[in-house]
Each structure stands twice: as C-alpha cells, then as structure tokens.
Design a protein around this ligand. Structure first.
Ligand code: ADP
Length: 308
C-alpha cells in the first residue's frame, strides 16, 4: 500500500512538472526565439535572450526537482522493503524455534532422547541464524555511518576462517551439505578476526542458500606471493555476467527464475566487500549460470617482521 502511494506521488509530481513547468517553459522559449527573430533593435534582442535564459533556468530547476524527488522516493521504497524483508527473515527462524520449543513443552517426545536432542539442536541452529542476521544489520548500520571500528592484529587468517567454518557447521543440519576445507596459509595478515569471520560466514551461508539439493561447498586459504587468498566455491545456481556486476550493491538481489525465495535482504555481500576493502583487500566473484560460483577474498600480507 505504501509502495503504491509512493509510486502515485512520484507520478503526480512528474505529471505536474510536465504540465505546470515544461509547457510554460516551452511557450516562453518560443516567445524568446520569435522576439530574437523579429528584433530590430538592442531592446528586442535583450528581451529575447532574457526570456530564453529564464526558460532554460526554469527547465533546469524542474529537472533537478524531479531527480531529487525520485531519488528520495527510491530511498523510501528501499527502506520499506528492507524493514519488510528483515522482519520476514527474523520470523522464519523464530517460527522454527517456537515450534520445536512447543514440541518439547508438550511432552510428546519426553521418552525419546534422540528426538529431544534433535529439537534442541534445531533450536540452537536457528538461534545461530538469528544471531548472524542481527550481526549483519548492526554491521550495515555501523559501516553506512562510518562508525565501524576494527581491532587489527597481525597473524595468519586461518583462525578466523576456521572459526567461521565451525559457526557455519553449527548452523547447518547434519547431512545437509558437503563441506571441504583446505587451509594452507601461513603468511601473516593484519586483520580484525571478527570482521574476517563475518565475511567468510556470509560467503558460506550464501553458498548454502543459493545451491540446490546437492550442496557441495569448498573453502580454501592459500598464500600467493605477498598475499593471502580465501576462496569459497559452490556448485549452485551461479550468476549471469549482468547479475555478477550488481551483487555487491546494497539491497540488490538477483531474480530467481524458479519463483522460489530463500530469503535475504541483499546486504551481506555489500558489507563483506566493505569489510574486505577496509583491510586493503578485494572481494570478487567468478560465476557461471547453472554451474556454481567462486568468491575470492584477496588480502595483502603484512610486511616482513609481522607476528605470525
Ligand atoms: P542476500 O543473500 O541477503 O540476498 P547478499 O548481499 O548476500 O544478500 O547477496 C546478494 C545477491 O547475490 C543474492 O540475493 C543472490 O542473488 C546473489 N548471490 C550471493 N551469493 C551467491 C551464490 N553463492 N550463488 C549465486 N548467487 C549468489
């Protein structure tokens, strides 16, 4: 409803501008041109030039007003979408937690320790998802206001990556996916453990979200000359070249052609890239539609003498 109102307001402003400003401007320009053509003294020429200048200035102001209004409307629409999406995202794990807690409370599985363990494991997993989502929103708020402070330490990044992998395992159901790791890095990198952990966790959760039933994910860390490369690969739906160009923009979400929705707010990759750039590194994607994606974090190694 709110989106409809915003669209109507914008259309009304554009129509009003067209009728109320552009028509008089066109008339004034025509009058100015006629005045210039038939002018036979300096007064006539000055009048023609003044009328045309006025018309051009009015047209410029009207154009600026339309651009600013549509930008404001777009921003308001994004904020409304964001609130709706994040509410939906939070409700999904909350519903699962409620369902499993009610099952435990009802006593229907009281005699079955295996079922009890399964309910508790699901509750813990869903709580972990909630935690990750809230972290993401807070990180976005901090980074968009330039308030993100990093606690930089110089050491190998394998700890941060391993912690993200452990957290990701805790969020995934047993047998839900195949996760292969290859940690072959020893170069020290100046980094914030929590931030890097969040970057890798985001890439891993995306790898799981945007992959079909047979989820195969590989996370690797390796040294390359004076840099450390972290790669997260999946065998999922992949991206077209056009989609790959936009996925790091805040709030962008690629269209899913099968109509399904795995949920999301389109902030994870924007935050991840921002965090990697704050480390002087790059985050890129290489992907093929229908075959999978590989996200690569490239971090400069610390100068020789850093603590490993
Ligand atoms: P979200 O997952 O909440 O939508 P992200 O910023 O993490 O937000 O991702 C932006 C978009 O990039 C996703 O909506 C999805 O379309 C695309 N994407 C991200 N990771 C992958 C991946 N591993 N495979 C295919 N598409 C992906």
């Amino acid at each position: 409803m709110r989106r409809l109102n915003l669209n109507l307001n914008l259309t009304a402003i554009i129509v009003l501008t067209a009728v109320g400003v552009l028509l008089p401007v066109m008339l004034a320009t025509a009058v100015g041109i006629v005045a210039l053509v038939i002018a036979d003294d300096v007064g006539g020429i000055v009048t023609g030039v003044l009328v045309i200048s006025f018309a051009v200035t009015a047209a410029g102001c009207a154009l600026l007003a339309v651009v600013l209004t549509s930008r404001k409307a777009r921003l308001a629409r994004r904020q409304a979408d964001f609130v709706a999406n994040i509410s939906h995202e939070l409700r999904t794990p909350l519903s699962a937690i409620r369902l499993y807690a009610q099952t435990l409370q009802s006593g229907s599985v009281a005699d079955d320790p295996e079922q009890i363990a399964r309910c508790l494991a699901t509750i813990l997993r869903e709580t972990e998802w909630l935690d990750v989502m809230i972290d993401q929103v807070l990180a976005w708020r901090a980074s968009s206001r330039d308030m993100l402070t990093l606690d930089m330490q110089t050491r190998s990044v394998t700890d941060a990556v391993s912690q993200a992998v452990e957290r990701f395992r805790a969020m995934s159901a047993p047998d839900e996916l195949t996760l292969v790791t290859a940690m072959e890095s020893s170069l020290p990198v100046e980094h914030d453990n929590r931030a890097l952990n969040a970057v890798v966790l985001n890439l891993l959760t995306n790898a799981a979200k945007y992959t079909g039933a047979d989820k195969q994910i590989k996370v690797s860390v390796r040294d390359e000359d004076a840099a450390v490369v972290i790669e997260v690969e999946d065998n999922g739906m992949g991206l077209t070249a056009a989609e790959a160009r936009h996925i790091f923009q805040p709030f962008y979400r690629a269209q899913r052609h099968d109509g399904s929705d795995v949920g999301g707010v389109g902030l994870g990759l924007a935050i991840a890239r921002h965090l990697v750039q704050r480390h002087g590194g790059t985050l890129t994607v290489s992907s093929e539609k229908g075959r999978g994606s590989a996200f690569t974090v490239f971090l400069p190694a610390a100068a020789a003498g850093g603590r490993s």
